[in-house]
Design a protein around this ligand. Structure first.
Ligand code: NAP
Length: 264
């Protein structure tokens, strides 16, 4: 089995990375940064997002495992003092593959620039570079609303506990293939009106955002953010591809939610 390790880069994570690399090599596993079959992230959920974006071109051939050097995470289920156990599990046991849905984002531009495709594990966000954000939201090719406010967030089920939750979105179990649109501070009064609630779209529905006046936007894809100019539209749907996690022990979603937000 070929593996690679993505570290958060702090001293604790780098030390663990070194140890893990040595232990796995002792079991004749091959370190291969280019074509890994297993990507082990050492850090936090943020590190797993970076690992996902780095290897998103190999989702069919790669399974992800997360070690958390802080508290237990949503994607990282192993603690630093369990790495010997993890290595033995990788070497000796058959893992269970758990798949989570992803968000596909396509950005179309004016003036002939080719469209760009992205995949998000947590979410995509769109905000104005300056001034009020105004965008027409279409669902299944029909105008749903003209949104005015700070911006919009489109999240995956596993990303529903991240930015989406801070925006009042629902927590969605990752077995439900869906995407969720949540509002950032919409303007609602006698003149302007938005739905005001998060919307959850099923696998077979797509949604399009069409800029009304301003065409330059600040786009966020997971931990990455960048300005994109002269946008004609943005399309969001559940991606055809999924992320695969290698599970060697149970990691129930609702226990993670309770552990993270309510406490043991
Ligand atoms: P960061 O700003 O350093 O950390 C954001 C926090 O979100 C970290 O505590 C991270 O956990 C946690 N997180 C990441 N994915 C999660 C998930 N699926 N469920 C629950 N918590 C999650 O940024 P980052 O580490 O690069 O992560 C980028 C993410 O930050 C974005 O995808 C977005 O979801 C989130 N974010 C949230 C807000 C907000 O809540 N207002 C604002 C901006 C961005 P770890 O400590 O384990 O890494």
């Amino acid at each position: 089995m070929k593996f690679t390790i993505v570290s958060k880069g702090d001293e604790k994570s780098n030390l663990l990375e070194e140890k893990l690399r040595k232990y796995l090599a002792d079991f004749q596993f091959v370190f291969d940064e280019k074509e890994p079959e297993m990507v082990i992230s050492v850090g936090g959920d943020g590190t797993l997002l970076s690992a996902f974006q780095r290897y998103r071109h190999r989702l069919d051939e790669t399974a992800f495992v997360g070690i958390h050097t802080g508290h237990l995470g949503f994607y990282a289920d192993w603690m630093p003092d369990e790495i010997e156990k993890l290595v033995i599990a990788i070497a000796r046991t058959e893992c269970r593959i758990v798949e989570y849905p992803l968000l596909e984002v396509i950005i179309y531009y004016n003036k002939g620039k080719k469209e760009e495709h992205y995949l998000a594990l947590n979410e995509a966000t769109i905000k104005s570079v300056e001034g009020t954000f105004v965008i027409d939201v279409e669902i299944q090719d029909e105008l749903f609303e003209r949104f005015r406010g700070d911006g919009l967030c489109v999240s995956t089920p596993s990303g529903s506990t991240a930015y989406n939750k801070a925006l009042g979105g629902a927590i969605i179990h990752p077995s439900l293939e869906s995407i969720q649109i949540s509002e950032m501070a919409s303007i609602n009064n006698r003149v302007f009106r938005t739905i005001g609630s998060p919307l959850i779209l099923p696998h077979h529905h797509k949604c399009i955002f069409r800029p009304v006046t301003e065409k330059d936007f600040l786009i966020g894809i997971d931990h990455l953010s960048f300005i994109q100019r002269d946008i004609q539209s943005l399309q969001f749907k559940v991606a055809d591809k999924k992320i695969r996690f290698a599970r060697f022990k149970p990691f129930p979603f609702w226990s993670r939610v309770r552990g993270s937000f309510i406490g043991e």
